[in-house]
Design a protein around this ligand. Structure first.
Ligand SMILES: *Cc1c(COP(=O)(O)O)cnc(C)c1O
Length: 344
């Protein structure tokens, strides 16, 4: 076994562009996207908008920026956003909702990790001078911190009609929306128009190096373009990145199923390990499990490192593994062998 080889299970963001992807980047037609003259960026934005039945798209350098632009463009200061307590917009975006948008957040606790139309309806604040205006709902599909959880089509339909009935804007944080789509029994066409806006990440499971496309109505995306500019996200010959995104949409969607299969194989192995005290159900490509008190996360991670396997702690005694494009079947077999025979 070559211990120098890296099997990186830290995140699905660690993938490197494949030769085919690099080739399409090299050959992309380019222009200055601040003047909206990059044909490859336009092609990517239009393609994704079409896939999700939205009018327009906006290429952003990161998922965080796309979410923050969406929050800013849907709200006014003194408004309030509802989201699940584990959601990325609440946990991992540096309180950007407060910094950029001057809004309050009501992080809702759920049993499943999914918001429901009931909890949303119950959480809408009355219209009073002393209360923020509940204005925006953000849902995450799949849920990262909740273990790759998926919203069902029915849940999405109910949430969407609840938001419409109560004049709330609905944003989908779709960092892993294609992981949800390949498992959820619905298509991008079927769910896209349920949302006022969607951020679709290209650099997680899809394997592009950079990029998230924000989708929404034409006039709203125009406003978002200005917000992107004030955040410093107006970029020039961005087609070189958009080409990677187009390549990923063409080649890497259906193969997400393989990542999910690999995650299931790791789950089956971990379920039978004496040093694992609890494991969250695995729905897509994220595996979150707790270690018994006598095995620290540091010790577990260091032992894996010795065999060239990288993983990260996820809280006090939890570990997260994420499967992705650069994890092959033989790597999964190798990880399983180590988990079965080498960890003490
Ligand atoms: C990774 C992630 C983002 C944003 O990621 P960037 O690193 O800013 O591109 C947003 N939402 C979720 C659920 C994520 O997992």
């Amino acid at each position: 076994m070559e211990s120098s080889r890296r099997i990186n299970l830290i995140s699905d963001t660690v993938t490197l562009p494949s030769p085919g992807m690099l080739n399409s980047m090299m050959n992309a037609k380019l222009g200055d996207d601040v003047f909206q003259e990059d044909p490859t960026v336009k092609q990517l934005e239009e393609k994704l908008a079409g896939m999700f039945m939205q009018e327009a798209g906006l290429f952003c350098p990161s998922g965080t920026m796309a979410n923050q632009i969406a929050i800013k463009s849907h709200t006014q200061p003194m408004d309030e956003m509802l989201c699940e307590i584990n959601s990325h917009v609440f946990q991992y975006e540096v309180a950007g909702y407060a910094f950029h948008s001057g809004i309050a957040v009501n992080p809702l606790t759920t049993d499943t990790g999914n918001l429901s139309s009931e909890i949303i309806a119950q959480s809408i604040k009355a219209s009073q001078d002393w209360l923020p205006n509940t204005k925006l709902v953000v849902i995450e599909n799949t849920g990262n911190r909740t273990g790759g959880t998926i919203y069902s089509h029915q849940e999405l339909l109910e949430i969407s009609s609840c938001c419409k009935a109560n004049k709330l804007k609905l944003h989908l944080d779709g960092a892993r929306i294609f992981n949800a789509i390949v498992e959820g029994g619905y298509t991008s066409h079927e769910i896209g128009s349920l949302f006022d806006s969607i951020s679709v990440c290209l650099s997680k499971g899809l394997g592009a190096p950079i990029g998230t496309v924000l989708l929404g109505k034409q006039s709203w995306i125009q406003k978002c373009r200005k917000v992107r500019k004030v955040m410093g996200g107006g970029m020039r010959q961005t087609g070189i990145l958009a080409a990677a995104g187009l390549y990923a949409l063409e080649h890497h969607i259906s193969r997400l199923k393989v990542d999910h299969l690999h995650a299931k194989q790791l789950e089956a192995c971990l379920k039978n390990r004496a040093y694992v005290s609890k494991i969250k159900p695995v729905y897509t490509n994220i595996i979150i499990f707790d270690l018994i008190p006598s095995l620290s996360t540091d010790s577990f991670i260091n032992q894996l490192n010795k065999y060239g396997i990288h993983a990260s702690a996820f809280g006090k005694n939890s570990i997260r593994f994420v499967t992705h494009l650069d994890i092959s079947e033989s790597m999964i077999n190798e990880v399983i062998e180590i988990l079965e025979s080498k960890i003490i």
